[in-house]
Write a protein that binds this ligand. Structure first.
Ligand code: PLP
Length: 406
């Protein structure tokens, strides 16, 4: 008989590579926006597995899509195609600017594909000189070596030897800084419509309009990383729709699988054609289980009720945060859109987002940080009003704890 392993948090330190520092408790069950740990303690989930659990935990539509597919077919590789992948790709094409889809397994891999495609397109259409990628300080695009180098925090890419070259970092929401870099050598400008990890910083309309115009002027592709903002999180299926600024390539992951790993790169036929047979690939991309779940996620989220509900829930979050702030004066502003919100700490609490996050956990609330000055909320898009109210009651206690300890 297989050995029964006693699972405790200290086992993590014994058997896991130490690149993460998870919380002390170990969750064992989730339902909707509630989670329970090994001791039966219950938490309200405002973290959503970092903007992933778009339908909460164990949503019936996802459970049924997964279990139905699990009894049919699990894996083929891309030597063969499969029905769930083609259904999901068709829906993404129908609902967005895109005409072609490439499936991957994570946000980083979707971005890796996007950056490689932009480079290949530029090489073939314009020549070798056109290879520079402009991205932005504080941006985050994943942890593969190319994507982390394109990301705007050098501390994440330093210390691994020579980096992929020809990557320039401009300042987000500063069009002049893009103008200073963009030239005939630029193959792509890469941005998040709302910078997530960087601190929930929405692009201004003027900035996105300006970047689109600069890309057109210099024949560069506009790549939007919607890994964190996509699949209804901002009240539209994709955040570019809020701005009415169309990208040439879009990446999506996180909420797309609602907890099952999947990523995708979307683009036009004209650009897609440069990823010819053999240029790029991944064994698991378009896996039937992942695609069956993602199809259920898209079908459930892409309805007027759910998308409008996201904006109504945002209002409730904002009201509760404003009331907490009136009493305790901890935030300078609440940024973001829909179910991707950041409460920005004021001067008095600079650098202390983690204290609020830890206090929230003490009171039974799972929240997130985005940098050291922003408490981030990225819950399920279908979180109930009761769960929001209960979570905010707990957050209020957490804020009181931090303020009173100061
Ligand atoms: C905007 C953005 N892009 C890419 C990624 C990387 O996604 P993954 O962790 O699935 O590789 C993230 C993850 O936080 C993200 O927020």
């Amino acid at each position: 008989m297989a050995e029964q392993i006693q699972v405790t948090r200290s086992l993590f330190d014994e058997v896991m590579v130490p690149n993460y520092a998870p919380a002390k408790m170990i969750p064992v069950k989730g339902e909707g926006s509630r989670v329970w740990d090994q001791d039966g303690r219950e938490y309200v989930d405002f973290a959503g597995g970092i903007a992933v659990s778009s339908l909460g935990h164990c949503h019936p539509a996802m459970v049924s899509a997964l279990t139905e597919q699990a009894g049919k077919l699990w894996h083929l590789s891309n030597v063969l195609t499969n029905e769930p992948a083609l259904r999901l790709a068709s829906k993404l094409v129908q609902q967005t600017f895109a005409e072609k889809v490439f499936f991957a397994n994570s946000g980083a891999e979707a971005n890796e594909a996007a950056f490689k495609l932009a480079r290949r397109w530029a090489l073939e259409v314009h020549g070798e000189h056109k290879h520079e990628i402009i991205s932005f300080s504080k941006s985050f695009h994943g942890r593969t070596f190319f994507t982390v180098t394109v990301g705007g925090q050098a501390s994440y890419s330093d210390g691994f030897g020579p980096k992929p070259g020809a990557v320039l970092h401009a300042e987000f929401n500063n069009l002049d800084s893009v103008k200073a870099f963009i030239s005939e050598r630029t193959c792509a400008v890469v941005l998040e419509p709302i910078q997530g990890e960087g601190g929930i910083i929405p692009a201004t309309q003027e900035f996105l309009d300006g970047v689109r115009a600069l890309c057109d002027q210099h024949q560069a592709l506009l790549v939007m990383d919607e890994v964190q903002t996509g699949v209804g999180r901002t009240g539209s299926l994709y955040a570019y729709m809020n701005y009415q600024v169309q990208p040439d390539i879009l990446t999506t992951a996180k909420s797309l699988g609602g907890g099952f790993p999947i990523g995708a790169m979307l683009t036009t036929t004209e650009i897609a054609k440069y990823l010819k047979v053999g240029t790029h690939g991944t064994t698991y991309g378009g896996n039937p289980l992942a695609c069956a779940v993602a199809e259920a996620v898209i079908d459930t989220i892409n309805t007027p009720e759910v998308l409008q509900g996201v904006l109504a829930k945002e209002q409730l979050f904002r009201q509760r945060l404003a009331a907490i702030n009136e009493q305790y004066q901890v935030f300078s502003e609440v940024r973001g859109k829909g179910m991707l919100l950041g409460a920005v700490l004021n001067d008095k609490y600079q650098g202390r987002a983690r204290d609020f996050f830890l206090a929230a956990a003490d009171h039974g609330l799972m929240a997130l940080v985005a940098g050291v000055n922003v408490v981030r909320f990225a819950p399920s898009l279908v979180i109930t009003e009761q769960d929001i109210q209960d979570g905010m009651d707990r957050f209020e206690k957490a804020v009181a704890q931090v303020v009173n300890a100061a």
